[in-house]
Ligand binder design. Structure first.
Ligand SMILES: C[S@@+](CC[C@H](N)C(=O)[O-])C[C@H]1O[C@@H](n2cnc3c(N)ncnc32)[C@H](O)[C@@H]1O
Length: 260
């Protein structure tokens, strides 16, 4: 999966939702001033930056396997400890953090159970582990419209609502319980993003980032134009600016041990 991407391209693509989504995830995880936090699968640093504004960059660590995203995150959040690595083998000591988060990452882990077990290991006893994933099947309008348009021209298109293992509230909660986390709670995070016009929405798909971008960029010119028109129709043929709602599911839990 292509996440060796230019950070500015990612910002115009899914990164557009990061500020609102990060604030919502931080709120349900209950991150407080003075806490040490880890952002797993930080990408170019959308969540890392909001965490640093809250607790101070010196209390924030982040990790991602993409070298281009790690470089961007380091530049955007000076003072944070940003490392190259994967969730399944986190390059951090055991029981280091008060809170361990990941935003839109669980579905990209090679082994999500191993990744969440590592997130738990990196958190202290009584610490929190929380994550969110898009509601690919329904509420993430930007991607839903794209895949509905793709299916219109190719019924076998690899719709993320079908291919992503963790895109339901129940599935994410089960992953958290299997990791042995306590007091597991799940729910929805509702955010939105503004687009100047349809091109502002469409052009980032053509850059090949993530599953939808990879599919779009794999099509020849004629098929890509057919897809563009199908997605335009699915969005209701917008003229001028528009806003799209997006829903993510979250799970949060507590590492067994002390309750503080
Ligand atoms: C959709 S992006 C989310 C980035 C960022 N968390 C955000 O909210 O904008 C998915 C990220 O997961 C990273 N990733 C892929 N496989 C991973 C793994 N095994 N462990 C940790 N991160 C991974 C990718 O490099 C990419 O940065």
């Amino acid at each position: 999966m292509s996440f060796e991407a230019d950070a500015a391209v990612y910002d115009r693509f899914v990164g557009r939702y990061a500020p609102q989504l990060s604030a919502a995830l931080i709120e349900v995880a209950g991150v407080g001033v003075g806490e040490r936090v880890l952002d797993v699968g930080c990408g170019p640093g959308g969540l890392t930056r909001v965490l640093a504004e809250l607790v101070g960059a010196e209390r924030v660590a982040a990790v991602d396997p993409s070298t281009s995203f790690v470089e961007a995150c380091r530049a955007r959040v000076p003072g944070a400890d940003v490392r190259i690595g994967a969730a399944e083998a986190l390059p951090f000591d055991t029981a280091t953090f008060d809170v361990v988060l990941s935003q839109l990452v669980v579905n990209f882990m090679r082994d999500a159970d191993a990744g969440v077990a590592e997130m738990r290991r990196a958190a202290r006893e009584g610490g929190r582990v929380a994550s969110c994933v898009w509601d690919y099947a329904e509420g993430m309008t930007m991607l839903r419209a794209f895949w509905d348009g793709a299916i219109d021209i190719d019924p076998a298109a690899p719709d993320e609502g079908r291919t992503m293992r963790y895109c339901s509230e129940a599935g994410l909660g089960e992953l958290w319980r299997r990791a042995g986390l306590r007091d597991v709670e799940t729910g929805a995070l509702d955010v939105e993003a503004w687009y100047e016009d349809f091109d502002d929405y469409w052009v980032p798909f053509t850059a090949g980032v993530g599953p939808a971008g990879s599919y779009c960029a794999s099509l020849d010119g004629e098929r890509q134009e057919a897809l563009r028109l199908a997605v335009f129709r699915r969005l209701g043929e917008p003229q001028g600016s528009f806003t799209l709602p997006a829903r993510a599911w979250y799970a949060r839990g507590r590492v067994p041990g002390v309750t503080a």
